[in-house]
Design a protein around this ligand. Structure first.
Ligand SMILES: [Zn+2]
Length: 471
């Protein structure tokens, strides 16, 4: 008789599968599968010798994994332990923190929130401001309060000349000082310079996304000609991936021609300007309004505004940040009256994490931090303000209600609600619901209706399950 060993790959498969089997059943399960393999090997003459037969046996053993999974899912102790962990306070906080991490991953590291926070606490562009109305100043003097200014406007443009490959993209026309005022550096080539309006009127700078997607990150793009609005433009530079200006990402930037500025939508036309040192935005605004009245007396020039760029970028945080702080303060108040340092801390942490999820999602995906072309806030940002108030109220309320349904000792969420009593209006015997701690620390009785008895009563249990007097 030939002595046959179980091949090593099949033994490893069985070993891996046995980890999933509940401990109490593991020995029996292993004996059963050893018997199965013994039967396989003794009934097949070439088993465990040729590669083909060894593979066939390994496939047969793979069935042990699905078998072990079935037992794993049916393991009541494991499921009960899992339920207890999921009802615990750590699972609640971990779920919230995971959501924050997910928002961070999807938004590229909280891009909008980070930019707005930076503009609030560490302004990077002091002296730069957005001039809302440019019409009266076209071809005119700009007064004594500005060091420089460059107009900008957005519009939909058609790229490409041959019809199957044309596309409708956002394009921008800017003054020749635009990029130098912003301190923007190119990824490749160069940006517009002071003489380009005369020497290079058909030059274009392209955005990083457009270069990467449409031009497939062509390293030889500088000097290439692209067709935009049926006019050829020579590419002189590619902007860096981190270039940002008021939330717009035009594909192609070309030079603004003052002779046809009236054909651009006024609402999307503004100017970036640098104030002289010691000149406040309010003083510049006053001077520019006076100048505008001289040029266009009928329009009065009253609509000209000069807003510091940092103030515009930080506006989402300065307006909605106060709302966040207000809700966090409300949570602190709830924590203070909830009784105990640990339950109070948990209530505060839970609410702040939930508020963070809502506010960060609003900033990153809900348009709460979006700014229009001329530096105002968008309709989405206005709507977000209302939604965030509602969502903030609901989250504080949810936290408070959730806290009421938690164990007084371990803060696990109570389970197994049982109705007790008939719900009658008897004075000392009100109907209600009882829920127990999954770790067996106690039970909470919640009365219904208008009983004068306390609404919530907590009954601690000792290790044997005996009930102490209510707290
Ligand atoms: Zn408990």
């Amino acid at each position: 008789m030939r002595f046959v060993r179980i091949p090593v790959e099949s033994r490893l498969l069985l070993l891996a599968a046995s980890v999933l089997v509940p401990r109490g059943l593991r020995a029996d399960w292993r004996m059963e599968w050893d018997g199965e393999i013994w039967w396989w090997i003794t009934t097949q003459p070439e088993a465990a010798h040729t590669v083909r037969e060894r593979l066939a046996l390994a496939f047969h053993c793979a069935g042990a994994i699905s078998d072990a999974f079935c037992l794993w899912f049916q393991d009541e102790h494991r499921l009960a332990r899992l339920r207890t962990v999921l009802r615990g306070p750590r699972a609640c906080l971990a779920a919230g923190v995971s959501l924050v991490a997910l928002i961070g991953t999807l938004s590229g590291g909280f891009e909008n929130t980070g930019r707005s926070l930076q503009a609030t606490f560490r302004p990077r562009n002091p002296g730069l401001a957005i001039l809302s109305q440019t019409g009266p100043f076209m071809g005119q003097r700009l007064g004594t309060s500005l060091q420089g200014a460059a107009v900008y406007t957005w519009y939909r443009s058609v790229i490409g000349a041959d019809s199957p490959h044309t596309s409708d993209v956002l394009a921008a026309k800017v003054g020749d000082q635009f990029f130098s005022l912003l301190g923007a550096k190119p990824q490749m080539g160069r940006v517009f310079g002071p003489d380009d309006l005369q020497s290079c009127p058909s030059c274009a700078v392209i955005g990083y996304d457009f270069w990467e997607r449409r031009l497939r990150a062509d390293p030889g793009v500088i000097g290439r000609t692209i067709t935009m609005d049926n006019r050829p433009f020579r590419v002189i530079g590619v902007l860096r991936t981190d270039f940002w200006f008021l939330g717009e990402r035009p594909a192609v930037w070309s030079l603004f021609d003052e002779t046809d500025w009236r054909s651009f939508p006024l609402a999307m036309t503004g100017a970036i300007c640098r104030l002289k040192p010691d000149i406040s935005p309010a003083r510049a605004e006053q001077e520019l309004r006076t100048l505008a009245r001289e040029v266009v007396p009928k329009e009065s020039g009253a609509w000209v505004t000069v807003d510091p760029l940092d103030a515009i970028v930080s506006r989402p945080v300065t307006s909605l940040g106060a709302l966040f702080v207000a809700f966090a303060g409300l949570a602190l108040l709830c924590a203070a009256v909830s009784g105990g340092v640990i339950p109070g801390t948990f209530l505060l942490a839970k609410t702040v994490v939930l508020l963070s999820v809502i506010f960060l999602a609003g900033f990153e995906f809900g348009g709460a931090a979006s700014i229009t072309g001329i530096g105002g806030t968008t309709v989405a940002a206005g709507m977000a303000f209302c939604w965030l108030i509602v969502a903030g109220c609901l989250s504080v309320r949810w936290s408070w209600n959730d806290q009421r349904k938690r164990c007084h000792q371990c803060l696990s969420r109570l389970m197994a609600p049982i109705r007790i009593g008939e719900g009658s209006r008897m004075l000392l015997e009100p109907g209600g619901t009882e829920m127990a701690c999954p770790r067996g620390h106690g039970a909470l009785f919640t009365a219904e209706g208008d009983s004068i008895a306390p609404k919530d009563r907590w009954f601690p249990l000792d290790a044997t399950g005996a009930v102490f007097s209510p707290q």
